[in-house]
Design a protein around this ligand. Structure first.
Ligand SMILES: [Zn+2]
Length: 119
């Protein structure tokens, strides 16, 4: 066992933790910047004093048949927020996919409304 390696390893580990914590914040801040008022606070997950990840909650819009445009706008905000970080997670892709499907439903409602209006 080479004792000289221990402090070096510690420093390296510490700088890795710092980097990963700042990476987590960068990622979550990107979600918040695009998600605006639809997002909750940044939450960092810790395990044994080491940051393991983070998340922000976002309000997934429900289809509002009376105001599909608002649903479309909110769904687009969720999509932009989910895809904002440079390194979207699989959960981010899932959220974006869910928002895309809500948006598509709202667009169908809006298109039907237009047909009704002109019929
Ligand atoms: Zn994310």
């Amino acid at each position: 066992m080479n004792l000289m390696n221990i402090p070096a390893f510690k420093n390296q580990q510490q700088s890795m933790i710092k980097k990963s914590l700042s990476e987590i914040y960068t990622h979550e801040r990107a979600h918040k910047a695009k998600g605006g008022s639809l997002t909750g606070p940044i939450v960092i997950d810790w395990k044994n004093g080491v940051p393991t990840g983070g998340h922000v909650s976002i309000s997934m819009p429900k289809l509002n048949p009376k105001n599909p445009q608002k649903t479309i706008d909110n769904a687009q905000t969720v999509i932009n927020s989910a895809m904002a970080p440079a390194d979207p997670s699989s959960q981010d892709y899932k959220v974006a996919a869910q928002a895309k499907s809500v948006k598509a439903q709202a667009q169908r409602v809006q298109n039907n409304k237009r047909v009704d209006y002109y019929a």
